[in-house]
Structure formats: C-alpha cells, structure tokens
Unconditional design. Structure first.
Length: 381
C-alpha cells in the first residue's frame, strides 16, 4: 500500500472502540408528531422537529401550524417517528415506549413495543400495524447487534434479514423501506450472503418511489456487494448504475470512478499444473507483483483523489476484494484496515471491512487478532 502501515496499525488501537449514545430533546406535552433524525451537518448529532408529517419513500416532510414546510429529512437520516397518537394504542404506554427506545436499554424498549402490539391486537388499523412492526424490527436488530456470541447473533440474523426484506418490499412507498432494506443487506453480508444482499440492493435501486439520490446509492451499494460475491456480477451492476451518472452527486461519481478502475484490474491467473514447483512459485510471484502494481495505481489514482470519505471506504473495500481473489490476504488486510481505522464514516462499509479482517486472520492463524476483531465487530454494529 502507498501509506505507512505502521502508522495505520497504531491508529487502529488508538481509535475509540465504544459507541457514543446520543439522545434528542424530549417531547413536550401537547406537541404534534415528532421526528428524530441525524443531522449530517452536525456530525450526526440527533435533532428533533415537531409538526404535521407527510411521509413517503422520498423522505419525511414536517409542516408547521401555518402549513409551511419546516424540514425535509431523507430516509437515511430518520432515526424514529413519534406520533401524537396511534389508533388502538394507549398514549401513555406509547410515550413510555418511545422514551425507552431513546435510551440505551434496547431489551426493555423491545418488550414495551411487543406489549403495545399485543394490546393493539390483530384488528388494529394498517398504520398502527406498520408503525409498531417497524419499531419492533429495528429494536430486534439493536438487541441482536449487541449479542457477543457470534453463533447466537447469526442464528437470529437470518430470520431478521428475511423479515426486514419482506417489510421493505411490503412498504416500498414508505421511508421505512430504506433503513429496513439496507439493514437486511448488511445482515445478509455478515451471514456470508453478499449475492443475496446485492439482489436486495438492486430492488431498492429499482424502487421508483425512492429519491433519485437514494436509488443511485442503492445501485452503487449493489456493486460493492457483487464485488464480494463470486463471478463478475459487479460489472453488470456498475453498467446499470452508470446509466444515471449524469444526475449523480459528486460523492457518487467518485465511487463510480473507483469501481470502474477496480473492475478493470486483471482477474487471477490459472496455475499450470505441469509447471515444476520452482517455476510455479516464480510465476505466482510475478503475478502477485503485477496485481500489486496495478492496485497501487488505482489507490494512488481515483481512490486518493476522492474527496468523500465514504467513496474512499468503498474503494479500499473493493481493493481488498481484489487482493483476496488473487490469494494475497496480507495485502487485503491493509486495505480493510484503512476502512476500519480511517474511512469508517459509513458503518456498513466498516462492518464489511471488519468482517473480512476476521476471515483474513482466521485463515492466517492469527488467533489473537481474530479474537480482537470479533470483539470489535460487535461494538461496530
């Protein structure tokens, strides 16, 4: 890699492992519906706005008492919606459940919403069912993400991914389709099913009700997952994504440029079984040098030139996949470490990188580092 590896590895252990829990201001009596969201202009700080809500797959609009638009929030930034009232739901119990959801104890919050669902009954109106089902799913994910036992995590992650994907398909016209779809993709990848994650990302990209920026994001997310899967599905996925390149943001165009260069890199060479051991070793060494030199050009080119940290994360993850395909796990390790330590603003990209690092250390027999990154993965989620 072109950067100092010692500095990178030192930064890994200096980085903060614990997640910061932020809380938004509490809802006041008599207020209308309340939207809690992450403000990207304030480093993801949780903010809240109240008013009359208009919800769609494109986002949530908040209107004041004068009917004027106060705020528009993208689905990717919505944390939760606290409605003034839901049919078939006790207001006080619902308010208490919202307070629990805003706190650190996801287990108690999940139990509170499960009780609301039980009391609302099977005949509750469609809106109530949708709202409570969504909150139950997101809380179930929070609870499972905190599970330190990987076997238990995986056992619950499969059914959760299926439920999240089903919810995203059923409610494709609502803003919830984005967070449920993306979370399902993430879980599928953690379960070793990147091809399934890519198919689900494609569904999000094909959703005409999503905002154009999110559809483009979904198509590029699909490319990233296809790079992790066997075959050359990423090539077709990138070609499809580039159809909308003229309307993409600068961040998305940077990802396109990176993916295009990565996908132009050579595929692994087949080893001739007739070669003598020394000849085969020499050929393998030459092939390794060629791919290292080629990857270095991509890293120093479109990856280094990208201004957006999430674009660089996608690039380093993609380069890691190239190294793995060429049987160069040590080189892949450094690529993934850049994502985990430096370009970790996109949690899904970071989780992909940490998951791959676990696999690399397991394959190389580095048990202590494997254990370290298994612990890190649980915290990163």
């Amino acid at each position: 890699m072109t950067r100092t590896r010692a500095a990178l590895f030192a930064a890994l252990f200096a980085s903060a492992a614990a997640l910061t829990v932020r809380t938004a201001p509490a809802q006041q009596p008599g207020e209308t519906d309340r939207l809690v969201y992450r403000d990207r202009t304030k480093d993801g700080k949780l903010e809240a706005v109240v008013g009359e809500l208009k919800e769609s797959a494109a986002g949530v609009q908040v209107f004041g008492a004068d009917k004027k638009l106060k705020q528009t929030v993208s689905p990717q930034d919505v944390v939760r919606v606290e409605y003034t009232a839901l049919k078939n739901v006790d207001r006080d119990a619902y308010a208490q459940a919202n307070q629990l959801d805003a706190g650190p104890d996801a287990v108690k919050a999940a139990a509170a919403f499960a009780d609301l669902v039980l009391k609302a009954g099977p005949n509750a109106d469609a809106r109530t069912k949708r709202v409570l089902a969504f909150r139950q799913l997101t809380l179930a994910v929070r609870v499972n993400d905190a599970e330190a036992d990987e076997a238990k995590f995986a056992a619950a992650a499969g059914p959760l991914a299926d439920k999240l994907a089903a919810f995203a398909r059923t409610h494709a016209k609502g803003w919830e389709c984005w967070p449920t779809g993306r979370t399902a993709c993430r879980l599928l990848t953690e379960l070793g099913k990147p091809a399934d994650a890519a198919l689900l990302a494609k569904e999000l990209g094909d959703n005409p009700d999503l905002a154009a920026e999110l559809r483009a994001d979904a198509r590029l997310i699909e490319v990233g997952y296809q790079l992790m899967a066997p075959g050359r599905g990423a090539v077709a996925a990138l070609a499809e994504a580039r159809k909308g390149e003229t309307t993409m943001t600068d961040r998305q165009k940077e990802k396109v440029a990176i993916f295009a260069e990565v996908l132009a890199l050579p595929e692994p060479e087949a080893v001739d079984a007739k070669l003598l051991p020394d000849e085969a070793a020499a050929k393998a060494a030459a092939a390794a040098k060629r791919i290292r030199d080629a990857v270095a050009k991509v890293e120093a080119g479109p990856v280094a030139k990208a201004k957006d940290a999430t674009a660089r994360a996608a690039g380093y993850n993609a380069l890691g996949e190239v190294y793995l395909r060429h049987g160069l796990p040590r080189d892949a390790m450094w690529a993934y470490l850049w994502v985990d330590v430096v370009y970790n603003q996109d949690k899904d990209e970071q989780i992909k990188a940490v998951g791959r690092l676990i696999q690399v250390y397991k394959a190389t027999g580095e048990e202590e580092r494997e254990k370290l990154f298994r612990e890190r993965l649980a915290k990163t989620r």
